[in-house]
Design a protein around this ligand. Structure first.
Ligand code: NCD
Length: 336
């Protein structure tokens, strides 16, 4: 039995290198199903409660798609306003009720710690799809999976790599989870580029330092970064005290082809958890990078489905049965 059966996935703190390796091996096996070359009905009859109390497109849809691709059904709630939480119901009660209607729950909520609080009342495994500015463990896993594949393509590996993280490192939960996950590997170098007020929280820096890795903090894009990965982020305006406050930082650290050529190596992989803010005053990741072969953003989103399929299969203990419940796909599929 794999070590995730019946477990919640709340924080990257719960993972070690062996578990990550296991998840990535299962994710690799999901590729033909995600590409619709074959289908599986291993979770036929199972129900995912997909509870998104905060805006989301790709995370919500990729959780649902991953569950559907394993043959399961998805029941979805979006927005706090349309749920009983708006009537003052506690997360515990909501969890107690909704976990009676589902085999597993994926949840996003604007408050740090809320998904863990929900999990206490849940009778089924709960997967954190982002809790406020705190954590986004499934995004970190799909980012790590992508980084490993991109580095392998360039003949490198996770151990010893250098990552530059840019933008809102204070409120961005993806960089918190990814940084902590990376500390499980050897000799990682972090270059943290942000306005001083939006720097990486001390509690994350402590994890990096205590695990023996090096970080360099700067509020300027001057100079050359010999980074293997450049991880750009969006100003998380929804977490600022006011829109005016967020506006002060919009557009401060843009990345376009010209800036990339000046500051990064020609092989540096460009990542972003998405959505990128493409409004003219922000435009943190310019469309002129779209044809750059090192732009990995859509490989990240594709990989998200594989990693979430692996997590569902493993938490529900069916990863070894996926191929047994396999079927042909008769419908039209576009060629790549
Ligand atoms: C991120 C999030 O929600 O934290 N998006 C995502 O899940 N891919 C990043 C963001 O919203 O900027």
């Amino acid at each position: 039995m794999n070590s995730l059966v019946g477990q919640h996935v709340l924080s990257v703190d719960q993972f070690d290198r062996d578990t990550i390796k296991e998840i990535f091996t299962v994710a690799d096996q999901m590729r033909p199903y995600a590409k619709r070359e074959k289908r599986t009905s291993v979770l036929n009859g199972a129900i995912l409660g997909n509870l998104f109390f905060e805006p989301s497109t790709r995370t919500r849809v990729s959780f649902g798609t991953a569950f559907n691709l394993l043959g399961g059904f998805v029941r979805e709630t979006t927005g706090i306003g349309s749920s009983a939480l708006a009537k003052g119901e506690s997360l515990f009660d909501t969890a107690r009720v909704l976990s009676g209607y589902s085999d597993i729950v994926a949840m996003r909520h604007p408050d740090s710690g809320s998904v863990a609080e929900f999990a206490v009342g849940s009778r089924v495994p709960v997967i954190n799809g982002g809790d406020g500015a705190n954590e986004h463990p499934t995004q970190a896993l799909l980012d790590l999976y992508t980084i490993e594949k991109e580095l392998a393509y360039h003949g490198g590996s996770l151990d010893g790599m250098h990552i530059a993280m840019i933008g809102d490192l204070k409120y961005g939960r993806t960089v918190h989870s990814l940084s902590k996950l990376l500390t499980l590997f050897k000799n990682i170098r972090f270059t943290l580029i942000s306005p001083t007020e939006l720097g990486m929280p001390t509690k994350v820096l402590d994890v990096i330092e205590n695990a023996g890795h090096k970080f360099h903090i700067t509020d300027s894009m001057e100079g050359q970064f010999d980074a293997d990965i450049c991880y750009q982020t969006r100003i998380q305006e929804e977490r600022f005290p006011s829109k005016e406050e967020a506006n002060k930082y919009r557009g401060k650290f843009r990345l376009n082809q010209d800036i990339y050529t000046r500051h990064f190596q020609s092989k540096t992989v460009i990542m972003h958890p998405l959505p990128r803010d493409s409004r003219a005053d922000a435009n943190e990741l310019d469309n002129d990078l779209n044809m750059n072969p090192n732009l990995a953003i859509f490989r990240q989103t594709d990989n998200g489905v594989l990693v979430r399929m692996a997590l569902f299969a493993m938490t529900l203990g069916v990863e070894h049965l996926v191929a047994k419940y396999e079927h042909n796909v008769p419908w039209y599929k576009p060629t790549e």
